[in-house]
Design a protein. Sequence first.
Length: 170
Amino acid sequence: MNGSCCVEDAECCCPKPKHRRIEIDFLYLDLTVCTRCIGTDANLEAAIREVSDVLKMAGFDVVVNKINVTSKELAVKHKFLSSPTIRVDGRDIQPNIRESACESCVDLCACGESVDCRVWMHDGTEYTVPPKEFIVNAILREVYSDTPTSGQDTHEYRLPHNLEVFFRGR
């Protein structure tokens, strides 16, 4: 006996736990050339592998949406502010956006101007790709936060100049 009302796999008297859905959105400009987007994708996948069993045992179902933002229209639809972006239940895992010049995106858009992509701050250090532990902590922080999920910022969205330049060059 395992201390519960029934044996495992029995559907008699034990109610099935309710699962809460955790939605992770990964928004990016490119996964073929942009080293920041490619690295973020790899670290996000690794982070999810690390926490998925724990979250599942705790009653959470993780859904990952990979969104390739290929146009101004999609950027506006998703209120895309910087590439790459990771959101957990609609909240950016790093709301204070910092960027620096991204050489691979300049090559990608052929716009002749500097294109900036996101940099990530973790433990006082700036990274062009978010460390796996940063992503894991952000997911767990959001999942176990007492603050109700309000989704994205309610401020009026305006396409950042940086993305305007990128899409103009495509």
